[in-house]
Design a protein around this ligand. Structure first.
Ligand code: GCV
Length: 688
């Protein structure tokens, strides 16, 4: 009875101390059930040779977490690897980033976490805590971990005025007005959350970069953020505007071959490193969507990137040069990055890496992988994913993105025969490269729960976990995240995991199934506007450029009889995509213009199949509502209610997508919507 009372008192204390508002993310360290807590008793924290700031963080975090989960205090000891102790130890000879092992000691055993540096110990500590949080057996451990990518980076599209481009979780976390004098406690919380999932870099500002970010005034502000991030193993990077020499430095030009411009960047790099000694480097969006770049001066992307690379080289900084380029006159936007960058392969300085969006257009709910992966073999490439849900329902809709990220990373490019996946082509295992990296456009903001939708936290989480190890399964990651974020109760974990795993495909189905892309409303990219036609606007910003609906059929002919984008892929993929019979149906309309009465693999016509896909998307969202409604008793009311409300909005908006797209495409197909599909509830004119 006393035990029960104790547990009860302990639980209510925990509940009292922390509101369940999502602010604690996956680092909630909830009390473990008593039988498990007993199993963990008696362990002593032992830290050797770690006197750094990071060492102090490890000691504090581990003690507090252990206390919160087990109710027991740990004691620090420097000398003795005693029975039941947990030992954090630097081992310079260790090839892996860290190991966690159960090792024998007199009368028992202890847990040893070893790494060549304190950052590895930090990751090892979070790994061990994760095992405890998810109630895994830690009695016999033999874990060896090495990250797949050296640089695992969040890109913030945050502006100087505190707004965030494509941000759906409030304003920027960075209080530029108050920095450097006032330091928000959230900087530490942000760094801690990132460290817990292995993220080790942060680009603080938008790729649509204001030149001011590299002024002395702003460097001093960024330096304060970097100071907080440093012991958590996170390097600061900045996006730079290519016209900075002219706009910030007052030079008459920003031509990358002009000696004064080159010197300006060298001086700027020197200044940056005097203020930010471990600065990571530059991210650059150039000659893209109206931003300046080397082509303004008749120079190439390589000329521009190499000039910056030379300036950063003495300090080991890198340049992440984006391949997101397209122009209004191109007959196929999906081909452009390849056309502009392939001729430059091998011409980049060794500290340049080309940052390439996962798909050739723009973070659509489904795209094939960008064909530059595997093709540029003499230049390091890094994948850029979007974590913020610009094209997947903002923070209003549930879309767990691990399946999307994995679909790209596991795609076989066939660059060096079968098995040349995008992951292997970018992690250094097929093409040796000095720099390996991966980036995700962050979905964080100053909302209490960080990401707007409670489930959007899982996308931040899964990006970090996959950046560390792309072989983890979406299911495994969802499992961990749910247990740490909500509860270990199987009656909650299992249905919610299934809901998450189904959610991305649901969004594809009710937004743009079968390889359709970019049917989005003008500018905000939330709802459907497949009919959009603004006189005089850029054609490649209009949905009809992508869907090509006409009386004959639907889809973009990218085969050898069309734009020939298929030729940018290696055989046999090229041939598979080129043939309507072998093209995967989930990309059919990406590569083919398909007649409305074309027979799909299941015998349905294209038109009927399209209708069934939209219906399947809507049906899934209703299932999500049903699943969620049954979970009320397992979690706190606040998060339950907030998610319940968002799932209702998602169903409502999925119906809008279905009605808008089917009613619009019906004006071309001139066929009835099959009986098994819900009748439209909106009129096309009303939706328009
Ligand atoms: C930061 C898309 C988005 C833009 C974004 C751009 C990019 O076009 O809509 O908001 O700009 O991608 O990735 O540079």
């Amino acid at each position: 009875m006393r035990n029960i009372l104790f547990v009860f008192a302990f639980l209510s204390l925990a509940i009292h101390l922390f509101a369940e508002d999502g602010s604690r993310l996956w680092l909630r360290y909830e009390p473990l059930p008593e039988n498990i807590a007993t199993h963990y008793s008696g362990k002593i924290l032992y830290i050797s040779s770690v006197n750094s700031e990071t060492g102090k963080i490890i000691e504090k975090e581990f003690k507090e977490a252990f206390q919160a989960m087990t109710g027991k205090n740990l004691h620090s000891a420097k000398m003795d690897r005693g029975k039941n102790s947990i030992c954090f130890e630097i081992n310079k000879k260790l090839p892996e980033k860290y190991t966690i092992q159960t090792k024998p000691v007199k009368n028992g055993n202890y847990i040893s976490i070893e790494s060549a540096d304190d950052k590895g110990l930090l990751y090892g500590m979070f790994h061990l805590l994760r095992l405890m949080q998810t109630q895994e057996d830690i009695s016999n451990l033999n874990i060896r971990e090495t990250p797949s990518y050296n640089r695992r980076i969040l890109n913030h599209w945050d502006n100087i005025d505190g707004s965030i481009e494509r941000g759906y979780a409030g304003a920027s976390l960075w209080d530029w007005n108050d920095l450097p004098g006032t330091i928000s406690p959230r900087y530490t919380e942000y760094a801690r959350a990132n460290a817990s999932i292995g993220i080790n870099g942060s680009v603080l500002n938008n790729v649509n970069a204001n030149p001011k970010f590299i002024s002395k005034e702003y460097l001093l502000k960024a330096a304060e953020i970097a100071k907080i991030f440093r012991p958590w193993g996170i390097q600061v990077y900045l996006s730079v505007n290519f016209s900075s020499p002219a706009e910030l430095g007052g030079l008459p030009t920003s031509d990358p071959l002009d000696p004064a411009v080159r010197q300006w960047w060298k001086d700027k790099a020197k200044e940056i490193y005097s203020i930010l000694p471990d600065f990571g480097g530059f991210l650059v969006k150039a000659n893209s969507e109206g931003l300046p770049g080397p082509q303004d001066f008749g120079r190439t992307h390589a000329d521009g990137a190499n000039m910056l690379a030379e300036a950063l080289e003495p300090y080991n900084g890198i340049v992440m040069w984006r391949a997101f380029v397209y122009n209004a006159t191109s007959p196929d936007r999906a081909k452009q990055a390849y056309e502009e960058f392939m001729p430059l392969d091998g011409q980049f300085h060794k500290n340049v890496i080309i940052q390439v969006k996962n798909g050739p257009v723009d973070f659509q709910p489904r795209e094939p992988f960008t064909p530059l992966f595997g093709a540029m073999q003499k230049t390091p490439l890094m994948v850029e994913f979007q974590i913020t849900q610009e094209y997947l329902g903002f923070s209003k809709q549930l879309a767990y993105l691990a399946p999307l990220y994995k679909e790209c990373l596991q795609s076989d490019t066939y660059a060096k025969g079968k098995g040349s996946t995008v992951a292997k082509c970018t992690d250094g295992s097929i093409f040796p490269q000095a720099i390996t990296a991966i980036a995700g456009v962050a979905n964080t903001g100053n909302d209490t729960n960080w990401t707007g939708h409670h489930f959007a936290q899982s996308n931040w989480y899964c990006f970090g976990r996959l950046a560390w190890n792309p072989d983890l399964t979406s299911e495994q990651i969802a499992n961990e995240w749910i247990k740490m974020t909500f509860t270990n109760e199987p009656a909650f974990v299992e249905p919610v995991r299934q809901m998450m795993l189904d959610s991305r495909e649901a969004v594809v189905n009710y937004m743009m199934p079968l390889g359709l892309a970019h049917l989005f409303a003008w500018e905000h990219h939330y709802g459907p506007q497949p009919w959009l036609a603004i006189p005089g606007a850029r054609p490649d910003w209009m949905p009809s450029y992508y869907h090509k609906a006409d009386a004959e059929g639907l889809g973009f002919n990218r085969t050898t009889t069309g734009s020939n984008a298929v030729s940018q892929y290696f055989p046999p993929l090229r041939d598979r995509y080129n043939s309507i019979e072998t093209c995967p149906e989930n990309l059919l309309l990406w590569f083919h213009h398909v007649p409305w009465n074309y027979r799909m693999q299941d015998g349905n016509t294209l038109w009927d199949e399209l209708c069934y896909k939209y219906q399947a998307g809507v049906t899934s969202t209703r299932q999500f509502q049903n699943i969620w409604d049954k979970t009320a008793s397992y979690i706190d009311k606040k998060r339950f209610d907030e998610v319940q409300y968002k799932l209702k909005v998602q169903t409502r908006d999925a119906i809008k997508w279905k009605d808008a797209c089917l009613l619009y495409f019906q004006t071309f197909s001139r066929q009835a919507i099959p009986d098994a599909v819900e009748r439209p509830v909106y009129d096309l004119e009303e939706l328009k």
